[in-house]
Design a protein around this ligand. Structure first.
Ligand code: ADP
Length: 586
């Protein structure tokens, strides 16, 4: 439509200009030709005509003679008796005769007639006037200042008007043809120019809907063709960039999905936009898009403060969720409008536990070593202070105590070393293949004397044909020694200790039951902890370090087995050991 309108306006204005120019040119050409003709007849181009005209005028019947002369030269003057006529006027401009009988009236007195009355040639005409005239004073040859007659030529310009109307008609026709032509042209132009642009627009719309798959055909080598090619290239680059972004997002999604740290992200208004499964698990509350930063972490750090942080600055905080301790790292992820805050959650409960356990362990070790050291020191000091005044039996018993205490310390240090090797994982297991039953019988035999000393009845009942197992025999025997040794230690003299063993479901088992003091319900979980003893005095008395069961459990764990207390009715304790028969993977 725009194109058509432009072309129409162009044609209209062109035609208007051409029309105006043509009509003006025709008028001025006609006027020029008129005065040229007058000049040719009356001027210097025809030197005899005017003087003879004056001579004739001086005759008695001057006006008739003038009339005859003019009639004779009508052709030269362009008199056609229709549009152009001549008049013969007297010296005052009064009508005497004319070329056409119908024009017998007085012509209108014009500026040119007035000029002629005053003895000058009236040859001035206005292009805008609807007539052209020319007036020549015919003077007395004897007295050139006396105007005898005036020859007046008047053209009513109807020829020009007719010509102009003809021209107008032609211009109108040309305009009509031009308009039709411009319509046709604009239709063709729109097909050639607007068509490809419309295709390009449709392509851009498809692209904005996410369809990058169909490139636009490049149909020409002109600007539109170049633009289409550039557009296709842009679509390709955009598609590649989008694919790369998508790829990055997938990578990040997978990372967030499987990472053990929690990640939550909030938009600029503090609304939750991302939360990975680890974060849900840690925060232990239902979360959706309506969850806000303030609900989760508002009390720890205000949202505004986090947004105003400049990257790479970040804030740290700690929060407790039920029994867990979470360490939080809060940072803004962009300082723009689309930015927000990212919160990374790290579960440090285990770390804290470990730290507490480590402190407790150090305190325990110090305490365990300090007691025998204090004893050693006090007995040694007594011996030193007595300076030989002590009876030899007493000093011998003091020295015996000192040796016992140092043995105890050696045992503690030895056990600690064993534990630390097991912890560090560099206590190599020396695997051999042996009969499970043989190991048990050998340990039972070793404990037989000690059991008898306490008046215990130690029975060893094994299922026949216990299988061969692959394990570190000496360490396993250390475990059995500890468990049977405990049963002997913590059973009042004259007790009954029963060792049973068997095999089932691809594993071997051994149970050590006694009818001793037993382990109260509340302590059952903790007897495998380091330095944990139910009755400290009794354990120390019997030379226990409180590390035996923890070492035993570590060893069994390394064998992929289990060591635990079984629940049972009645007094006493039952400790059960289970080990896989299949060779260890380690
Ligand atoms: P200890 O060197 O003190 O014996 P252990 O680690 O072997 O250390 O045992 C830890 C604690 O478990 C002991 O101090 C004792 O209180 C308790 N305990 C172990 N075995 C028995 C048992 N058979 N009967 C009663 N209490 C036991």
């Amino acid at each position: 439509m725009k194109l058509t309108m432009i072309l129409l306006l162009l044609i209209l204005s062109l035609m208007a200009v051409v029309g105006a120019f043509l009509t003006t040119s025709v008028s001025s050409f006609y006027i020029n030709t008129f005065y040229q003709q007058m000049d040719d007849v009356f001027g210097e181009g025809n030197p005899d005509f005017y003087p003879s005209l004056c001579r004739e005028a001086a005759q008695e019947n001057g006006p008739e003679l003038i009339q005859d002369m003019l009639a004779a030269n009508a052709g030269l003057l362009g008199i056609d008796y229709r549009t152009r006529n001549y008049y013969v006027l007297d010296g005052n401009g009064m009508f005497l005769s004319s070329s056409d009988e119908k024009l017998s009236g007085q012509p209108e007195i014009t500026a040119n007639i007035l000029a002629a009355e005053n003895g000058r040639v009236g040859d001035v005409s206005d292009i805008s006037a609807d007539y052209m005239d020319f007036a020549v004073p015919v003077c007395d040859p004897e007295d050139p200042s006396a105007v005898l007659n005036i020859v007046y030529i008047l053209d009513n310009r109807s020829t020009v008007s007719e010509l102009n109307s003809q021209l107008f008609l032609i211009i109108m026709q040309a305009l009509l043809v031009g308009l039709l032509f411009s319509l046709l042209l604009s239709f063709l132009l729109s097909k050639a120019m607007v068509g490809p642009i419309e295709k390009l627009t449709a392509g851009a719309e498809r692209m904005s809907d996410g369809d990058f798959g169909s490139p636009l055909p490049v149909e020409s080598t002109d600007e539109i063709g170049v633009l289409t090619g550039t557009f296709n290239e842009m679509a390709r680059v955009l598609q590649e960039t989008l694919a790369a972004v998508e790829n990055e997002r997938n990578k990040l999604d997978t990372l967030f999905l499987h990472m053990t740290d929690g990640v939550t992200a909030f938009d600029h208004d503090g609304k939750l936009i991302h939360c990975n499964p680890a974060a849900r698990n840690m925060l232990r509350r239902p979360m959706d898009q309506l969850t806000t930063y303030d609900q989760l972490f508002g009390e720890l750090r205000p949202f505004g403060e986090m947004l105003s942080l400049q990257r790479p600055d970040y804030a740290e905080a700690e929060m407790r969720v039920e029994d867990r301790t979470l360490e939080l790292y809060l940072a803004p992820f962009s300082d723009r409008e689309q930015g927000g805050v990212l919160v990374v959650l790290h579960d440090v409960t285990e770390q804290h536990h470990n730290e507490e356990r480590r402190k407790e362990f150090v305190a325990n070790v110090s305490h365990e070593l300090r007691t025998p050291l204090t004893n050693v020191r006090s007995y040694a000091e007594t011996l030193l202070d007595a300076n030989g005044d002590i009876p030899p039996e007493t000093s011998a018993s003091f020295l015996g105590i000192i040796i016992n205490e140092t043995d105890r310390m050696t045992n503690i240090v030895q056990d600690l070393l064993t534990l630390s090797r097991l912890d560090a994982g560099n206590a190599e297991l020396t695997l051999t293949r042996f009969r499970f039953g043989d190991a048990i019988e050998s340990v039972c035999r070793a404990n037989d004397i000690s059991a008898r000393q306490h008046g215990h009845r130690l029975t060893c009942r094994l299922e026949p044909d216990l299988p061969l197992i692959t394990a570190d025999r000496s360490r396993l025997e250390q475990v059995m020694m500890n468990v049977i040794g405990n049963a002997i230690k913590y059973t009042p003299d004259g007790g009954h200790i029963d060792v049973t063993a068997g095999a089932a479901d691809g594993q071997v088992w051994m149970e050590v039951s006694d009818d001793g003091i037993g382990i109260p319900e509340k302590d059952r979980d903790r007897v495998f902890d380091r330095f944990y003893r139910v009755d400290k005095a009794r354990s120390r008395e019997s030379g226990g370090t409180g590390l035996g069961l923890s070492i035993a459990r570590e060893i069994v764990d390394r064998h992929n087995g289990r060591l635990y207390l079984t629940d049972h009715d009645g007094p006493g304790t039952t400790v059960r050991l289970e080990l896989p028969v299949v060779p260890l993977k380690a």
